[in-house]
Ligand binder design. Structure first.
Ligand SMILES: [Zn+2]
Ligand SMILES: [Zn+2]
Length: 370
């Protein structure tokens, strides 16, 4: 089968920026040095680009996990052009296909099953999409949004204005245009590109399948650190409508913190969260299926699997008692008289303790055969 034609513009941009970041920037650092202003400006611009993609392109526009004020959407639109990752409309359309047909080599634009190179950058250097490149039928909602349409129309001038204009302006103010172009322009762009690309490549290869093994997506705390929280990709693929990717308080997800933080300023509203019981059930199901596979090769496999199933059934029973009590408490709390409220609270606490104990027991049991 003949390969689709190369897209030379992308190849030239990726290759030249990468080579400059690899050779010229370190040479400049050694021979001339970068000062604190240049380093901090590059870090801030890197965060601006990265979060415009994660909070804007990804969690707002691709998945509609919350609503954002037009001023915030405008900032994301500029940051997205600065990140040089195509227009909102195009990026989100591709991403929606990725979720709908994940790992399907014929349809998923960056299918991880086609290997690391393809899912990281290979998919952008040949015209694999051909005739469907400008088909945005799966993003009709975005075609009605003024900022999205405006950014799509003026995408090229916006990328030029941001990628040349911002570094040159900062360098001019600071008195060293060349250093600013190298660090804030090129180095920032290359790091921004590849950290985002890692979500399509590494986050589908390396890490834990905490909630589902129906697709290749993985949870990886280290990747989350470099990708503004997007490394919790296994959670994201099963619960794509959740504005969070790292759901625990200790999981590094600055995109979630930004969206939540902006809600206190009324810049973001209607933040969508997956119900806790759904998450707990998915996790337990996954532990059950992983443990079953591991126990299959044991001498007393039948006996152990029966015990595992028994523990799982108890876990599910206690889980549902706890979450039902919790929902009841939240729904009825304000309508009840003191005595009823206290009784409900007592029952809730009992179910909570019973569930926590069984969960601990279950985690120990499954870990024993991990
Ligand atoms: Zn997504
Ligand atoms: Zn993915």
């Amino acid at each position: 089968m003949t390969k689709p034609p190369l897209i030379w513009l992308n190849i030239v941009v990726f290759a030249t920026t990468f080579l400059i970041a690899l050779i010229v920037v370190p040479y400049r650092a050694v021979t001339h040095g970068f000062d604190a202003f240049e380093i901090w400006a590059a870090i801030i611009c890197f965060c601006f680009c990265g979060m415009s993609i994660t909070a804007g392109y990804h969690r707002l526009w691709s998945h509609r996990t919350y609503k954002a004020h037009s001023s915030l959407r405008f900032i994301y639109a500029i940051g997205g052009a600065f990140a040089l990752q195509n227009s909102i409309l195009h990026w989100c359309s591709d991403h929606r296909v990725h979720h709908k047909h994940v790992d399907n080599n014929d349809v998923d634009p960056y299918s991880a099953k086609r290997g690391f190179w393809y899912s990281h950058i290979g998919w952008m250097i040949r015209d694999y999409q051909g005739d469907t490149y400008s088909n945005y039928d799966n993003a009709r909602d975005l075609q009605k949004e003024k900022i999205v349409v405006w950014q799509h129309k003026y995408y090229i001038p916006l990328t030029i204005a941001t990628n040349f204009g911002i570094p040159i302006a900062l360098g001019w103010i600071h008195g060293d245009i060349l250093s600013a172009v190298l660090l804030i322009g090129v180095m920032r762009l290359v790091l921004s590109h590849h950290t985002t690309f890692f979500i399509n490549s590494l986050a589908h290869i390396w890490g834990k399948q905490t909630y589902t093994d129906k697709n290749t997506a993985r949870d990886n705390g280290l990747l989350a650190f470099f990708t503004f929280g997007e490394g919790y990709h296994n959670f994201h693929h099963i619960f794509e409508n959740d504005y969070r990717n790292g759901i625990r308080w200790y999981q590094f997800d600055p995109t979630k913190w930004l969206i939540k933080g902006c809600s206190y300023l009324n810049l973001t509203t209607k933040l969508r969260k997956t119900p806790e019981d759904k998450i707990a059930l998915a996790k337990a199901k996954m532990q059950l299926s992983v443990s079953k596979i591991k126990l299959e090769n044991r001498v007393n496999a039948d006996e152990l699997i029966a015990k595992l199933q028994q523990e799982y059934d108890i876990l599910l029973e206690k889980m549902s008692l706890f979450y039902d009590a919790k929902k009841k408490l939240i729904a009825e709390k304000s309508h009840l008289i003191e005595v009823e409220r206290k009784a409900l609270m007592k029952q809730y606490q009992e179910f909570k303790t019973a569930f926590a104990e069984q969960r601990k027991h279950w985690n120990n049991f499954t870990a024993q055969y991990a």
